[in-house]
Design a protein around this ligand. Structure first.
Ligand code: PEP
Length: 256
């Protein structure tokens, strides 16, 4: 499938930011300005759990999709503090971010739990945004492709080609997240192409041509166009710059 056939996807990961009133103010601004940008780019926002319901209502009829930042793999049960995939689907989430490096680093997420969460997301009728990426030590030890390959293989265990074709993968080098350090376009393209090649080996060329691969890691209005212009970069997962409507919209615009 030609690169142009994949619709770009830009998602804002708000992390643990924005109270409900702040979240509403931001989505109202986004809603007002995102429509004139047309439908070339799919735009997604991932507020904290507590703001999902209010943001869902505020986004009704808007060309913006809702995502959650994580979910548990069980549908219900004695898992204090956790939120399940069916609960998120009910709130209007289309996507769930799974395996973000902050969850891997700070909350013990493993390739196995990432895979279990991804299955729960799919079972609930949503799409996972599966995050992978190497640490600085791993990059410096020339282990980037090996690490990313292990994470992608782990995340996709038990999925069929038809599932994977609809998934979003996010390559996010850990050393670039929230640091102001961005991968060069060549570094990003190299890893994205390797991931697509791996999907082709694990499944087939058509699936590899359809799966969308976002880049994440200090994407800002001034570097987005170059990164998003790479043939295997199908969008961006944006942290810090998604908290300001102007910056996020500028990144969306550079994807279009
Ligand atoms: C992220 O949280 O996924 C991310 C890429 O953050 P930032 O854009 O702030 O580096």
């Amino acid at each position: 499938m030609a690169t142009g056939a994949r619709r770009k996807i830009v998602a804002g990961n708000w992390k643990m930011n924005k109270t409900v009133p702040e979240a509403l103010a931001l989505v109202r601004e986004l809603r007002a300005q995102v429509a004139p940008l047309g439908d070339k780019v799919e735009v997604v926002v991932a507020p904290p759990f507590v703001a999902l319901q209010a943001v869902h209502v505020a986004l009704e009829g808007a060309p913006l999709q809702l995502a959650a930042q994580n979910c548990h793999w069980e549908a219900s049960g004695a898992f204090t503090g956790e939120v399940s995939a069916p609960m998120l689907a009910e709130l209007g989430c289309a996507y769930v971010i799974v395996g973000h490096s902050e969850r891997r680093q700070f909350f013990g997420e493993t390739d196995e739990t990432v895979n279990k969460r991804a299955h729960a997301v799919k079972k609930a009728g949503m799409t996972p945004i599966l995050c992978v990426g190497e640490t600085l030590a791993e990059r410096e030890a020339n282990r980037t492709l090996e690490v990313v390959e292990r994470q992608v293989r782990g995340a996709l265990v038990g999925f069929e080609a038809a599932d994977v074709a609809k998934f979003v993968l996010a390559y996010e080098p850990v050393w670039a997240i929230g640091t102001g350090r961005t991968a060069t376009t060549a570094q990003a393209q190299e890893v994205h192409a390797a991931i697509r090649g791996l999907v082709a080996r694990l499944y087939d060329g058509e699936t590899a041509g359809r799966v969308r691969i976002q880049y994440g890691g200090s994407v800002k209005p001034d570097n987005a166009a170059e990164l998003l212009g790479q043939p295997d970069v199908d969008g961006a997962l944006v942290g810090g710059a998604s908290l300001k409507a102007g910056d996020f919209l500028a990144i969306v615009k550079s994807a279009g």
